[in-house]
Design a protein around this ligand. Structure first.
Ligand SMILES: Nc1ncnc2c1ncn2[C@@H]1O[C@H](COP(=O)(O)OP(=O)(O)OP(=O)(O)O)[C@@H](O)[C@H]1O
Ligand SMILES: [Mg+2]
Length: 339
C-alpha cells in the first residue's frame, strides 16, 4: 500500500467510559460506556456517515477523535498530508497543538459556537493567530477562505449577530478549514438550519471536500442527509457500531435488524410500496445499563436465545460490508432503493 492510500483516520477498539458517581463522597458505582470498542477507517477524500438514535454515542466518538475529550482506551491514528502519523489517543493534551491544524470539528449550532464580541474576520483567523502568523497574512488568508465558502467580503468586519443561520455556519466552516486540515468531524452541521438552507450548506461541504481533498466523519440522524453526503455509513447503537457498509449496499441490502428498522422509517414517494414501516418498540436502553448479549435484542423482532447472552462481533458479511448480528447470514432483511 502506498503512502497516499493509507487511511486518513484509523480507529481501533476505541472506548470512552464516563464514571457514574453516587452519594456525598461521589463513589464511582458504574460506568456509562458511551463508546464501547469502536473500530473503523476513513480513506482520503471519503465521507463516512455516522448514524444512530439519540444517546448512541456519536458526539462522544467525534469528540474523542478530535481530542476535545480524552478516550478511555483503544487506538486512533491520523495520517497527515505529509504522510507522518499522529497517535490521537496517547499524545498528551499539551502536545495536541500541532494536531489542531490537521483536523477540526464543526458543530450543530452556529449560534452558540461563535463569539458575539469578535468581528468575523478575527473569528475565522483565530486558529492562524494561535500559530503566530502575521496579521497581514492572516487577513489575506481569511479573505481567500471567506470567498471560497461564499461569504460577502464586504461584511467581514461585522459581528456574528449580523448574519443569518446559514451564513453563520459558513463562518464556522471557514474557521474550521483555515488551517488546511485533512480531516473534519461534522456533528449534525445542518440540523439547526432551515430546510431551505440545509442543501446549500451540504453542497458547500461537498464542494470543499473536492477542492481541498478533505475527509469527513459526518454525524447525522437524518437519513436523507446521509443519502446526499455519504460514501459509506456506520450505524451506531448504544456505544457500538452494529453495521458498516458502502451507502448503496447498506440501503439496498441491510444486514442488521436495527438498520432495517431505521431504513423502514424513511418515507419513499412510491404509491406501489405496500410495506409497512417496522416500528422500533421501546426506547433505546441506557448505556449505563445495557442489556446482556446483543444490545439491540430487547427491540429486535428476530431475536433468539443466543442474542440474549452472547454479544455479536462486527464481522464481514460481504466485501466491505460488516454487521454485528448472530443471524445476519440467515435473515433476508428489507432495504430501500436509493435516489
Ligand atoms: N460528560 C458526560 N458525562 C456523563 N455521561 C455523558 C457525558 N457526555 C455524554 N454522556 C452520555 O453518553 C451517551 C452518549 O451521548 P452522546 O451525546 O455521544 O450521544 P449522541 O449519539 O451524540 O446523541 P444525540 O443524537 O442526542 O446528539 C449518553 O448516554 C450520554 O448521556
Ligand atoms: Mg450528539
Amino acid at each position: 500500500m502506498s503512502e497516499t492510500e493509507l487511511p486518513v483516520l484509523s480507529v481501533r477498539a476505541l472506548q470512552k467510559h464516563f464514571p457514574v458517581e453516587r452519594g456525598i463522597i461521589r463513589r464511582t458505582v458504574g460506568a456509562v460506556k458511551a463508546v464501547d470498542d469502536v473500530s473503523f477507517d476513513i480513506a482520503p477524500g471519503e465521507i463516512l456517515a455516522l448514524v444512530g438514535e439519540s444517546g448512541s454515542g456519536k458526539t462522544t466518538l467525534g469528540r474523542c477523535i478530535v481530542r476535545a475529550i480524552d478516550p478511555t482506551g483503544g487506538e486512533a491514528t491520523l495520517t497527515r498530508r505529509d504522510g507522518t502519523s499522529v497517535d490521537l489517543v496517547r499524545t498528551p493534551q499539551r502536545g495536541l497543538r500541532s494536531i489542531r491544524s490537521d483536523m477540526n470539528m464543526i458543530f450543530q449550532d452556529p449560534f452558540s459556537s461563535l463569539s458575539p464580541r469578535m468581528p468575523v474576520i478575527d473569528i475565522i483567523g483565530e486558529p492562524l493567530r494561535a500559530q503566530g502568523i502575521a496579521r497581514r497574512e492572516i487577513h489575506a488568508r481569511v479573505r481567500e477562505m471567506a470567498a471560497l465558502v461564499g461569504l460577502n467580503l464586504d461584511y467581514l468586519t461585522r459581528y456574528p449577530n449580523a448574519f443569518s443561520g446559514g451564513q453563520r455556519q459558513r463562518i464556522c466552516i471557514a474557521r474550521a478549514l483555515i488551517t488546511n486540515p485533512r480531516f473534519i468531524v461534522a456533528d449534525e452541521p445542518v440540523s439547526a438550519l432551515d430546510v431551505s438552507i440545509q442543501a446549500q450548506i451540504l453542497n458547500l461541504l461537498q464542494d470543499m471536500r473536492e477542492r481541498l481533498n478533505l475527509s469527513y466523519l459526518f454525524i447525522t440522524h437524518d437519513l436523507s442527509v446521509v443519502e446526499h453526503m455519504a460514501d459509506r455509513v456506520a450505524v451506531m447503537y448504544i456505544g457500538r457500531i452494529v453495521e458498516l457498509a458502502p451507502k448503496s449496499r447498506l440501503y439496498a441490502t441491510p444486514r442488521h435488524p436495527y438498520t432495517e428498522a431505521l431504513l423502514s422509517a424513511v418515507l419513499r414517494p412510491d404509491p406501489e410500496a405496500r410495506d409497512q414501516p417496522i416500528l422500533l418498540t421501546g426506547e433505546s436502553a441506557s448505556p449505563a445499563a445495557p442489556p446482556q448479549g446483543c444490545h439491540f435484542h430487547p427491540r429486535c423482532r428476530y431475536a433468539q436465545d443466543i442474542c440474549r447472552t452472547v454479544a455479536p462481533q462486527l464481522t464481514e458479511v460481504a466485501p466491505g460490508h460488516a454487521s454485528a448480528c448472530h443471524l445476519s447470514k440467515e435473515l433476508a432483511l428489507r432495504g430501500v432503493g436509493t435516489a
